[in-house]
Design a protein around this ligand. Structure first.
Ligand code: ZN
Length: 285
């Protein structure tokens, strides 16, 4: 991916440094953390009902203030998180009239959220209770690579765009509808449809960047798209199960198969239309 050197970045959309600090937990940190499992990679955090923290650690909202233009990314690589976030939110504010801006919060070790305490081990996630996207950037160097993904900026951007897809689902009410059905799993579950729709939304955003390269990201190459698809594939439930448990159990799927995640990301990209992301309509997984 290339960045527009002259594009103004809005660093206020990203905060950092909130991890590792004062955490007061009602239900016990151990319990909270155990609720997160590897299979919930890129998940929505549904653990809010389990207790949650009483005090939220205050992220440093100025941690990315030095990220002023796209040119800063070359010297300060962490500014790319601002570029992804700005570009994704630019798109959704144009595409969806009900869109509400939110924040990407970057943490180390562990973080206290309105949904409870999370550690780096959970991977990036969206917390519907505070509408923020949380991520530990070491995830991309370690876990995603361990899952066999090639990585790269486009793979990172895909993950962030997927999480913002959950934010859109929270705003449209789709997320609440799915959660009302309770915890579910399996290829045909609403839970999997929800995750695949977030993948599709990520693809729609990539298409927008390619078609309108005036934002923070000026170029998305075929290699970038391949890396995004590769990342989507590598976090498929079947591949994760194969790697971590040595066998595949479709009944436990919460995010969809490698093939379906890749396919829905491609569907979003090929159509460029969020309305094409109706993963609930068909047998999708
Ligand atoms: Zn997800």
């Amino acid at each position: 991916m290339r960045y527009n050197e002259n594009a103004r970045l809005d660093a206020g959309q990203v905060s950092g440094g909130g991890g590792g600090g004062r955490i007061a937990v009602g239900g016990g940190i151990g319990t909270m953390i155990l609720l997160f499992v590897l299979s919930q990679l890129f998940g929505i955090d549904l653990t809010g009902l389990a207790g949650g923290s009483q005090t939220e650690s205050r992220p440093d909202s100025n941690a990315y203030a030095h990220c002023q233009t796209g040119a800063d990314i070359a010297e300060h690589r962490e500014c790319r998180w601002v570029a992804y976030t700005n570009s994704i939110q630019d798109y959704w504010s144009q595409a969806y009239s009900g869109y509400q801006m939110t924040q990407t919060r970057i943490f180390s070790n562990q973080v206290s959220t309105a949904c409870g305490t999370a550690t780096s081990a959970v991977g990036p996630f969206y917390c519907p209770a505070d509408s923020n996207i949380y991520l530990d950037e070491t995830f991309f160097d370690t876990m995603l690579k361990q899952l066999g993904a090639q990585g790269g900026d486009a793979a990172e951007a895909y993950v962030i765009a997927h999480e913002y897809g959950h934010h859109v689902q929270n705003l449209t009410g789709v997320m609440e509808q799915v959660q009302r059905q309770g915890q579910q799993s399996g290829p045909d579950s609403l839970q999997v449809a929800l995750e695949l729709q977030a993948d599709c939304y990520a693809g729609v955003w990539f298409k927008h960047v390619v078609n309108d390269p005036t934002g923070p990201i000026s170029e998305v190459t075929q290699d970038d798209l391949d890396r995004a698809l590769d990342a989507a594939r590598s976090v498929g439930d079947d591949l994760i199960q194969q790697r971590t448990q040595g066998r595949v159990n479709p009944d436990a799927w919460t995010h969809g198969s490698a093939e379906s995640r890749k396919r829905w990301l491609a569907t979003g990209y090929n159509t460029g239309d969020p309305n094409a992301c109706n993963t609930f309509a068909s047998n999708q997984a």
